[in-house]
Design a protein around this ligand. Structure first.
Ligand SMILES: [Zn+2]
Ligand SMILES: [Zn+2]
Length: 258
C-alpha cells in the first residue's frame, strides 16, 4: 500500500472574535481570532481524494466579511488536480462551507455519514430552524440525486474510502460529523475538520459553540487523538495556524505530509 501526500488548501479567511469560537463566557471573548477556510487533498499513487469542497464563488459573494482567495476547484487545479479527475470526495458534514463546490466533481463518489443525511432529511429536519442557514439546500438536493445514482458511499461509523484513507463518525459538532484518517510517510494524519475548528478547541478541551452534542464533542477530541499518530499530525479545520505548523508549498497551501 502506498502512502498518501496530504495538503491543506486555504481558499478564504474572515475576521472574527474569540467569543465566536469557544463555548461559554470567557473574558478574552472580544479578542481578534480570525477564521481560515480550507479544503484538503490526499494524493496516492492510485487514488486522489478531496476532503470537503468549500464555499462556491456565488455563495462567497453574499457572505459578509469573507475574503475569498480562490474557488477550491481553481485552487486544486493550480496543484494539477482537475475536479473531473477526482475519484472520491469526502464530505465531513453538510455545512455550507464544506459542500459548496461538490457538484463540480462530476466523476466523484461522495462519502457521507448516514447520521448526517438523517439529521438534515429526517422527520425533524424542517424544524431545525436556528441552524438551517448552515445548510445549502441545493447542495443537499445534488447529493441526494447522486446517492440515487449510486454515486455515494453512505458510511455508518468507520469506513474505508480507499486503502489508506478512512472516515470515522465522531458527531459532536453535527449529528453525523466525520473525521478523515490518512496513512502518510509521517504516520497517520487526522483531518479533524469541524470536529476541532481550532487547535485551542482540542488542545484546550474547549468545544466550539455551534454544536449538536457537548459530550459528543469531547468524545470527538478523544477519537481524533486515538486515530492520529501524534498531536503533530492533527489538522484543525478552520485554524490559520495550520499554515504556521506545517511547511508551505505556496502561501495558502500547507504540506501536511509530503
Ligand atoms: Zn461546520
Ligand atoms: Zn466549517
Amino acid at each position: 500500500m502506498t502512502d498518501f501526500r496530504v495538503y491543506a488548501i486555504r481558499y478564504a479567511e474572515r475576521d472574527a472574535r474569540r467569543g465566536e469560537h469557544f463555548h461559554g463566557y470567557d473574558s478574552r471573548g472580544g479578542e481578534p481570532h480570525p477564521t481560515a477556510y480550507y479544503v484538503w487533498l490526499a494524493v496516492g499513487d492510485e487514488h486522489t481524494v478531496v476532503i470537503d469542497t468549500g464555499i462556491s464563488r456565488a455563495r462567497a459573494e453574499r457572505a459578509e466579511g469573507l475574503r475569498y482567495l480562490a474557488s477550491p476547484v481553481e485552487a486544486l487545479a493550480r496543484l494539477g488536480v482537475t475536479a473531473d479527475s477526482v475519484g472520491h470526495v469526502v464530505l465531513t458534514h453538510l455545512h455550507y462551507d464544506h459542500t459548496g463546490t461538490a457538484r463540480e466533481f462530476t466523476a466523484a463518489r461522495y462519502v457521507l455519514q448516514q447520521a448526517e443525511l438523517d439529521y438534515w432529511t429526517g422527520p425533524w429536519a424542517r424544524r431545525i430552524a436556528g441552524e438551517r442557514w448552515l445548510l445549502n439546500e441545493e447542495d443537499l438536493a445534488h447529493l441526494q440525486a447522486a446517492r440515487a445514482d449510486g454515486r455515494m458511499l453512505v458510511a455508518d461509523g468507520d469506513a474505508c474510502v480507499v486503502p489508506g484513507v478512512s472516515v470515522h463518525l465522531v458527531g459532536g459538532h453535527t449529528a453525523g460529523m466525520q473525521v478523515v484518517c490518512v496513512r502518510t510517510a509521517r504516520g497517520h494524519v487526522v483531518l479533524a475538520s469541524d470536529a476541532s475548528h481550532f487547535y485551542d478547541n482540542i488542545e484546550g478541551d474547549r468545544p466550539f459553540p455551534i454544536l449538536h452534542s457537548m459530550t459528543g464533542m469531547y468524545g470527538a477530541f478523544d477519537r481524533i487523538k486515538e486515530l492520529a499518530d501524534g498531536p503533530h499530525l492533527v489538522v484543525a479545520g478552520h485554524d490559520p495556524e495550520v499554515l504556521d505548523r506545517f511547511p508551505l508549498l505556496e502561501p495558502d497551501v500547507a504540506v501536511i505530509a509530503g
